[in-house]
Design a protein around this ligand. Structure first.
Ligand SMILES: [Ca+2]
Ligand SMILES: [Ca+2]
Length: 270
């Protein structure tokens, strides 16, 4: 009967010993769990930074393409600036017309580049210009600007200049301005020249009907009261005049005198 308390004491001590061991092992595992947490959170932060970097790249691409578009819009309209004229150059100014068809009036003048060397120059309203030599019909009369008239109806006026003179006539030449280049208008491979005025026994003139054609008026006296005359009609093909037809007949002196005129819009001889 006295052995029972001893067994109870042994059982209590065994249970108490086991409980002490469990507390020790729990304390060791705790730091292991704590170490895992920082490792997994670091890659997450990296992923967010990558997403933020891709947004500025898209913005840069958009602004770059916008700059390219605005640059290509402005470049084709400007012609180069011609060489500045030397001080004291003899200039005949006062001509104007919309010679490049942009709706703005451009300046037209002639100048002497050397002995018997005359040139025509266009200064465009939006900057730049164009320049070309003038094949004169005589060396005594300096070429002068008359102005612009759109002969072929393409929206840009052709330039009219005087290119010489007769006893009582003025010689007129036409120039086409396209892509920053001034070119003489020709017919049959030579520079076209139109005589305007009256001389002994002859009348001559230039008419622009406004339908894409030009008319060279002519009349020659056949007796004291009558002339033989009419007009030669041309169509305009680029810088070339192509003869279409010649219409002529007997005219009175008064009818013939009416042919001796420049009738192209509001152009008047200088
Ligand atoms: Ca213009
Ligand atoms: Ca034209």
């Amino acid at each position: 009967m006295k052995r029972l308390p001893v067994l109870v004491l042994l059982a209590v001590s065994v249970v108490a010993g086991c409980a002490g061991n469990q507390e020790t092992s729990t304390t060791v595992e705790a730091p292991t769990t704590t170490n895992v947490a920082p490792i997994s959170s670091t890659p997450g932060t990296t992923a967010v930074a990558g997403t933020a970097n891709s947004q500025p790249e898209t913005t840069t691409t958009t602004s770059g393409s916008t700059t390219t578009t605005s640059t290509s819009t402005t470049s084709p309209t400007l012609c180069p600036q011609p060489v500045e004229l030397a001080e004291g150059t003899l200039i005949f100014a006062g001509g104007s017309g919309d010679l490049d068809g942009d709706g703005l009036s451009d300046e037209l003048f002639t100048y002497q580049a050397g002995e018997n060397d005359w040139r025509v120059r266009v200064t465009f309203a939006d900057g730049g210009g164009a320049d070309a030599g003038i094949a004169q019909s005589d060396d005594l009369t300096p070429p002068r600007p008359i102005g612009g008239f759109d002969v072929d109806g393409d929206g840009a006026e052709e330039a009219f200049l005087t290119v010489g003179a007769g006893a009582s006539t003025t010689l007129v030449g036409l120039f086409d301005i396209s892509a920053c280049v001034v070119q003489r208008i020709t017919t049959g491979g030579v520079a076209a020249v139109f005589s305007v005025g009256a001389s002994l026994g002859a009348e001559s003139g230039l008419i622009c009907p406004g339908d894409g054609t030009l008319r060279r008026n002519f009349a020659q006296r056949v007796d004291q009261d009558s002339f033989e005359g009419g007009y030669e009609e041309f169509s305009v093909d680029g810088t070339n005049l192509i003869p279409i037809e010649t219409v002529s007949g007997l005219l009175t002196s008064a009818e013939a005198a009416q042919l001796a005129t420049l009738d192209c819009g509001g152009l008047t001889l200088p």
